[in-house]
Design a protein around this ligand. Structure first.
Ligand SMILES: CCCCC/C=C\C/C=C\C/C=C/C/C=C\CCCC(=O)SCCNC(=O)CCNC(=O)[C@H](O)C(C)(C)COP(=O)(O)OP(=O)(O)OC[C@H]1O[C@@H](n2cnc3c(N)ncnc32)[C@H](O)[C@@H]1OP(=O)(O)O
Length: 223
């Protein structure tokens, strides 16, 4: 995993996000509009030309490869290209995860037409991705070490409707570098999908004490 540090300040990050997040929202809106539009072909052809022009202007200055996950000197990750939560990634559902003092994590999300599997229902792969993200975040944040998914078991209890959904995850136990995590997606009637994960802090990851020391050093150097 790439622990590239960025020297961006909180203000600089906030400034970047104030420009980038609305752009991502607009592209997400574009995706939804393309799926559901019923306009005539000439309007579609003109739209494609406009979109191609925008792509050409953005290609004027591009990062090589993927976005990666830079860390700030306070060790806040910036996974802006992430498939599930990337703030620059319009394919990612509009998922914002909240972490709570009891170690759990929750999220409220509205999934629209771009996340459809069976008619009117959420695609099973999207449900698994959202749960995987929540499992990874809840354990990584509450334990303070990044964890990878070792095993993910997903149970689809009943169809998940597109629209507003609630997600919740918690760590249920641990054995050495393995953490056992539970997560679920619910609609207004209750859980629709549950997931059990075995999340693993890889052997070559910085351990807790080392991370604490690294955090203190970086915080001091940021002052
Ligand atoms: C600068 C510092 C920054 C600090 C940041 C702090 C917090 C970060 C905050 C937020 C970050 C948010 C992060 C994450 C968010 C979302 C994550 C999304 C999740 C993913 O999208 S992630 C991609 C998919 N994921 C993979 O791409 C994994 C590929 N794979 C591997 O990288 C290795 O395979 C690995 C690491 C899994 C194991 O490697 P390893 O070498 O550590 O394993 P090893 O053999 O030593 O086993 C040790 C013990 O785990 C058991 N074990 C082994 N493998 C297992 C398995 N698969 N299932 C169940 N148990 C397993 C053994 O049985 C043994 O158990 P026992 O000790 O009981 O015998």
């Amino acid at each position: 995993m790439d622990f590239r540090l960025t020297d961006m300040t909180d203000d600089e990050i906030a400034q970047e996000l104030s420009v980038v997040e609305p752009l991502t929202d607009s592209v997400r809106d574009l995706i939804d509009a393309v799926i559901r539009t019923e306009v005539d072909d000439d309007v579609l052809i003109a739209a494609r030309e406009q979109i191609d022009a925008v792509v050409t202007s953005l290609r004027g200055n591009q990062k090589p490869g993927s976005y990666g996950v830079p860390f700030t000197r306070k060790l806040h990750g910036m996974p802006y290209g992430n498939a599930a939560v990337g703030k620059r990634n319009a394919i990612a559902p509009p998922l914002r995860v909240e972490h709570h003092d009891d170690g759990s994590a929750t999220s409220e999300v509205v999934l629209g037409a771009a996340y459809e599997g069976p008619a009117g229902l959420v695609h099973g792969g999207i449900s698994a991705m959202l749960l995987d993200q929540l499992l990874g975040e809840v354990v990584s944040v509450s334990q303070g070490v990044p964890c990878f998914t070792g095993t993910l078991t997903v149970k689809y209890l009943r169809p998940t409707p597109l629209g507003p959904l609630s997600l919740r995850a918690e760590t249920t136990g641990s054995e050495g570098r393995k953490f056992f995590v539970h997560a679920e997606i619910s609609d207004a009637e209750g859980p629709t999908v549950t997931a059990e994960g075995i999340m693993i802090s890889p052997a070559n990851m910085p351990r807790h004490e080392e991370l604490k020391r690294l955090r203190a050093e970086l915080a001091a150097s940021a002052e």
